[in-house]
Design a protein around this ligand. Structure first.
Ligand code: ARG
Length: 473
């Protein structure tokens, strides 16, 4: 029987004084890492099953520990569990509760492991789940975009470069550009999942353990695709968290771009779209206002996720091997990135189906700003004029039209002929926005038929993502 310790912590044996109150508050992480409890318990159960299999624990001991952990999990879920900041973190809270519940045998749980490999394992189990959730919500948004794009496949709007009217495009094509960004995010999430789904358990504190552990068995129980290959790296590596934050930051950057466009399009000056009343808010002073606060918040929350990525990069910068307590700071950061990206994706899932499209305003805008000037140049090329010359000729025609306050299609044939005598009556077909988009009829082009083709291919890609999610469920 051990002597009474001066310091009651699970690690208090070598201490002759109890921990300062300030230090307890400063070092605790249980206020935020308690959300890891399902993974901590899952990891512990797999660990003891492995220990029993290799003969370090008896099956009876492992069974008792397992039952104790399952009971603790129900207590936590039922709100019957008291988290003690004095016990630092989720790991020591659960281990201490286990000993209180099942007695001496509970003290065998921590055989052959350390909180260093434990927390790295918990974090990977947690993130693995969250990556699947983020991807699941993403596919919902991708579906919503595909539905809207299909509906608006031949809706004409101005396309912009430098936010100046450039050439007509279809709204479906524009929405498919958004979709394409999200599909790259999905690929990055899956890639990040593959490096997250590797088990550090067995690295123990940093050097491995002297027990005859069977890491492959524990990994199999936890559904990990493999085990880490270097114990020092295993306890210190947080690349997977950084990769997730980088992926999330890019995804948020995309949402911020969608947001910017929605906000612009909903303005009185554009008037291209309206958002559902249930997804907008009003002003406390201006009675007429209906504001796009949801996209604005998504745009704003992008900043948080960039900050999370930056925080993790700086956290890991120059850290010597192996585990350092600095790494406790990874959690709130990672959790914030996960929570924010999920919330914003959910916001978009709710927002997109309620986008009301003002097709008339979009078409009218596409008719102005000389958006078909390139088509006129291309027309001249078909009549044998080199493109650079055609460009100059059309430039003069546009200048003339601006002076007359007319669109190119409103110029008389005789006026057009003044710029180039190869112009005939058939020119007016290419000067319409409809003719312009229909002519861009190749892979990746804006012609309505190509947009529908792209949507069809995208639906198949989405199906594959969903299949991946099902396989990993
Ligand atoms: N709460 C700690 C963390 O989040 C767990 C690991 C603590 N390890 C240690 N040697 N103090 O990183």
């Amino acid at each position: 029987m051990a002597q009474k310790q001066e310091n009651a912590k699970p690690w208090g044996g070598r201490f002759s004084r109890s921990t300062d109150d300030f230090v307890e508050t400063f070092t605790q992480s249980v206020s935020f890492d308690q959300r890891l409890y399902p993974y901590d318990i899952m990891g512990s159960i797999a660990h003891v099953r492995m220990l029993a299999r290799v003969g370090v624990l008896t099956e009876a001991e492992a069974g008792e520990i397992r039952q104790g952990l399952v009971a603790i999990e129900s207590d936590i879920e039922a709100g019957r569990f008291t988290w003690e900041p004095a016990l630092e973190d989720v790991h020591m809270n659960i281990e201490t509760a286990l000993v209180e519940r099942i007695g001496e045998v509970g003290k065998k749980l921590h055989t052959g492991r350390s909180r260093n490999d434990q927390v790295a394992t918990d974090l990977r189990l947690y993130l693995r789940d969250e990556i699947r959730t983020v991807l699941d919500i993403s596919t919902g948004l991708m579906d919503a975009l595909l539905d809207l794009a299909e509906r608006e496949a031949d809706t004409i709007m101005p396309g912009f470069t430098h936010l100046q009217t450039a050439q007509p495009v279809t709204f479906g094509h524009h929405l498919m550009a958004w979709y394409t960004m999200l599909s790259r995010d999905a690929a990055r999430l899956i890639d990040c999942h593959s490096r997250t789904n590797v088990m550090p358990l067995g690295a123990a504190a940093l050097a491995g353990t002297s027990y005859p552990i069977d890491r492959a068995y524990t990994a199999e129980l936890l559904g990990f695709a493999g085990v880490t290959q270097n114990s020092l790296d295993a306890v210190s590596d947080r690349d997977f968290a950084i990769e997730f934050c980088a992926t999330a930051a890019i995804l948020m950057m995309h949402l911020s771009r969608f947001s910017e466009e929605l906000v612009l399009w909903m303005s009185q000056q554009f008037g291209f779209i309206d958002l559902d009343d249930a997804w907008c808010t009003g002003s406390s002073i201006m009675p007429q206002k209906k504001n796009p606060d949801i996209p604005e918040l998504c745009r704003g929350k992008t900043a948080r996720v960039y900050g999370d990525l930056q925080a993790l990069l700086v956290l890991m910068k120059s850290q010597p091997l192996a585990y350092n307590r600095d790494n406790q700071e990874d959690k709130e950061t990672l959790f914030d990135a996960v929570d924010t990206v999920k919330a914003c994706l959910l916001a978009y899932c709710g927002l997109v189906p309620g986008i009301q499209v003002n097709r008339h305003a979009m078409l009218e805008a596409a008719r102005t700003g000389y958006s078909t000037a390139t088509d006129l140049a291309d027309y001249l090329v078909t009549k044998g004029i080199p493109f650079r010359d055609a460009h100059a000729v059309v430039g003069q025609a546009v200048q003339f039209a601006i002076q007359q306050d007319l669109d190119l299609s409103e110029l008389k044939l005789s006026d057009l002929k003044g710029f180039s005598d190869v112009i005939e009556d058939d020119v007016f077909a290419v000067l319409t926005p409809e003719g312009s988009v229909a002519a861009r009829d190749h892979t990746g082009g804006t012609a309505p038929a190509r947009v529908l083709q792209a949507i069809h291919a995208a639906r198949q890609d989405c199906q594959q993502l969903k299949q991946w999610l099902e396989e990993k469920a």
